[in-house]
Each structure stands twice: as C-alpha cells, then as structure tokens.
Design a protein. Structure first.
Length: 184
C-alpha cells in the first residue's frame, strides 16, 4: 500500500469515527412533544414520563416509559458539555446490585436547541442512538424527541398531551400527585 492510499484510508476512517457521534446545536429546532421509540420493544406506547434533575453545574433530563423493566433515554448537560445515553432499568437491583445501568453508545445523533439551560428554559431535542451490546442488553436503536421545561419538573405524556407535576418550588422540594395538590 502506497502513502497516498494509506492517507486516503486514514481520512475515511477519521470521517467515519467523527460522523458516528454527532451533536448539532440548532436554536430553531421544531419540537412540540416528547416521544421515544425503541426498536423491537413495544410497551406503554401511549404513556411516558419526562423529568429532570438539577445539581450545581449539571442537568439530566430523562425520558422513559412506565414499566417494571425497560430502557429509557437521558441527556446530561454539565457546564455546556452534552452527553446522550440510553439506560436500562428494573424495579429491583438486577444489574450487579444496581437497578439502572447505562448502555454504551455505538453511534448517536443529537440535535438540541442549546448547550446551557436554566430553570424555566425549554429544552428541545431530537435523537437517534444505537447502543453497543452490553452484558445485560442486546444492541438497541432508540429514537425520539424531547420538549421539556427545565426546573425539577416531570411531565407525563399521553397521546401527545402533557400533564405537569411539580417537584420543586422556590428551591424547596414539593411532592404532588396532581397539579395544584401540593404538600410541603
């Protein structure tokens, strides 16, 4: 193999690696609902949850279906650095003593409206992730969209409509079962 062929092959491999993990920031992304689809899995299609946890310099937004065992999607944002992940959860500690385990990404594409969010901001995103084989899971292809208002909120999505549950109010934890039914 001559030098020219070797350089061409190296360039192709570098492009393939760079294109397999892509984050696009698009302030004009059009997303109006939250949805998730996991290839070869069909459970709770009419209902899902989208919620966030905020810590000092990080926000993690989760999208999952209400099941005893299954997969979900999360996007972690730490100081503007974005990491999308698929996770597998169960209602008991089945994964080496843990009830949730992150699956490694093989390829992903995430389009998101910003890299920095504060309470009250709306996160909008579209994603496609192909996971690697894991000792607790075969490869999975997960696609979806997120429309979520940041700030310790949970939204339950049913048939394209959302129900809002508040967890935090003025920095204090609030437990609610329905909108307006707050207990401090």
């Amino acid at each position: 193999m001559n030098l020219k062929s070797l350089l061409l092959l190296s360039s192709i491999l570098i492009c393939a690696i760079c294109n397999s993990q892509k984050i696009i920031v698009n302030a004009d992304i059009e997303v109006t609902t939250t949805k998730i689809s996991i290839k070869n899995e069909n459970y709770g299609e009419d209902r899902l949850f989208c919620y966030d946890y905020m810590r000092n310099d990080s926000i993690t937004v989760y999208v999952s279906k209400p099941v005893l065992e299954g997969c979900g999607f999360k996007v972690q944002i730490v100081n503007g650095k974005i990491t999308p992940k698929v996770y597998k959860c169960t209602d008991y500690p089945a994964y080496d003593g843990m009830s949730c385990v992150d699956l490694e990404n093989d390829k992903y594409m995430l389009e998101i409206n910003n890299t920095v969010f504060k309470p009250g901001d709306t996160l909008k995103a579209k994603f496609t992730i192909l996971t690697q084989t894991h000792k607790y899971s075969e490869k999975k292809k997960v696609t979806g969209e997120i429309f979520h208002i940041i700030g310790g909120n949970q939204y339950e999505w049913r048939e394209g409509k959302s129900i809002h549950y508040k967890f935090w109010k003025n920095g204090k934890q609030v437990f609610t079962t329905n909108e307006g039914d707050e207990k401090q």
